[in-house]
Design a protein around this ligand. Structure first.
Ligand code: GDP
Length: 136
């Protein structure tokens, strides 16, 4: 019944730049997420390309990788029941303009590319993405 899962969340450069990390971390906590691990890092373009490899064929791939490597980010290992789905719900739609009221992207996102947060979209991808940043 508990269905405890872990998922990867990233506070993207636009949100770190606006110093929103404490507000966003608090949103996770009040929504029942435990932050098991976190680190502030600045990844290279090559690392961003590896992380977003699934989007390689998309027209926005290059801009996306340039953006994710443009400044510090905060990567977090989150845990709660149904963490993957619950995090996606809390984040809201990819485009902040159409994200539901109360979601992180609606509250903090600026545009479809500067949408403040990333969250794994499946249990399988959560494992892959957590390994990418927290392999120990
Ligand atoms: P997510 O899972 O909601 O983050 O969305 P996707 O996995 O589809 O896309 C990854 C990231 O690429 C998104 O968070 C956006 O920052 C960016 N992105 C997605 N679609 C577009 C688009 O049509 N244009 C641009 N410029 N960026 C996009």
């Amino acid at each position: 019944m508990s269905n405890i899962e872990q998922t990867l969340s990233i506070i993207k450069p636009d949100a770190v730049e606006r110093n929103l990390q404490d507000k966003i971390k608090n949103e996770f906590k009040i929504n029942g997420f435990e932050i098991l691990q976190e680190k502030k890092i600045h990844i290279s373009k090559e690392e961003a390309e590896k992380f977003y490899k699934v989007h390689e064929s998309k027209p926005f791939y290059n801009d996306l990788c340039t953006y994710l490597s443009s400044g510090p980010i905060i990567v977090m290992k989150l845990q709660r029941s149904n963490a993957v789905l619950e995090n996606r719900k809390l984040m809201g739609a990819t485009n902040p303009e159409v994200a539901e009221e109360g979601t992180l992207r609606k509250k903090y996102g600026i545009s479809i590319d500067k949408n403040s947060v990333h969250g794994s979209d499946s249990i399988e991808n959560a494992e892959i993405e957590l390994d990418f940043f927290f392999k120990d």
